[in-house]
Design a protein around this ligand. Structure first.
Ligand SMILES: CC(C)(COP(=O)(O)OP(=O)(O)OC[C@H]1O[C@@H](n2cnc3c(N)ncnc32)[C@H](O)[C@@H]1OP(=O)(O)O)[C@@H](O)C(=O)NCCC(=O)NCCS
Length: 184
């Protein structure tokens, strides 16, 4: 399994014991869920399925949506990572953070590291990002990490979404702290 460290964050694989905190921080919170698939809080059983899916995704592909924790305090902040879209061909970058942690640059810090891991460690040729048009905060994150606007698309999630992408050929790592390691 892979772990990624940035200046303030550790991205690590989800564990079954994260379930309650994950539900409270992300999938049970109406404000966080507003622009995520479904648009409203979900029951904890579905969160368990998502968590297990992310664990299996890493075992299968070597990358996934990871749990993001604060390196200094150990607090669970949210999730960020790389996951195959429905078509099993294209990979998207996904992120969601607890409301208490918005506006501190955590999403761009984590997402930048995930792009780097996707290109350098996983060798992906390109990575996509999608968001509801009204989700300006998410689009701002895409812009801040250097992804390119590609227009709108209805190819994913049965919705009209804005599409951004980054390609390995055009991408350059920046100098921000970044460590990736394999852990048992
Ligand atoms: C989207 C999200 C991940 C951003 O995370 P974050 O760690 O707060 O990101 P940042 O600290 O960089 O702040 C967001 C940026 O968007 C901007 N922003 C926030 N709300 C905005 C709005 N309504 N209109 C325009 N810009 C907005 C902020 O000003 C900031 O940009 P700046 O640094 O240039 O000022 C977070 O809001 C979140 O988890 N939302 C719920 C889940 C979600 O929507 N995930 C994405 C699904 S596609």
């Amino acid at each position: 399994m892979r772990e990624i460290e940035t200046e303030r964050l550790r991205l690590r694989g989800f564990q079954p014991g994260d379930l309650e905190t994950y539900q409270a921080t992300i999938y049970g919170d109406a404000d966080v869920m507003r622009y995520l698939p479904g648009g409203q809080p979900r029951p904890i059983e579905r969160t368990r399925d998502v968590l297990n899916f992310f664990i299996e995704h890493e075992q299968q592909h070597g990358f996934t949506v990871w749990a993001v924790v604060d390196k200094a305090t150990g607090a669970f902040l949210g999730h960020c990572g790389l996951v195959y879209l429905n078509n099993d061909v294209e990979v998207e970058i996904a992120y969601a953070f607890g409301k208490a942690y918005w506006g501190q640059g955590f999403a761009p810090e984590a997402a930048r590291a995930c792009l780097r891991c996707g290109f350098e460690a996983a060798g992906l040729p390109y990575i996509l990002a999608v968001a509801f048009p009204a989700n300006l905060a998410s689009q701002r994150v895409m812009q801040k990490i250097g992804m390119q606007y590609q227009g709108t698309t209805d190819r994913y999630y049965n919705a009209e979404l804005v599409l951004y992408s980054a390609s390995r050929d055009a991408w350059q790592p920046d100098s921000s702290p970044y460590k990736v390691k394999d852990v048992p």
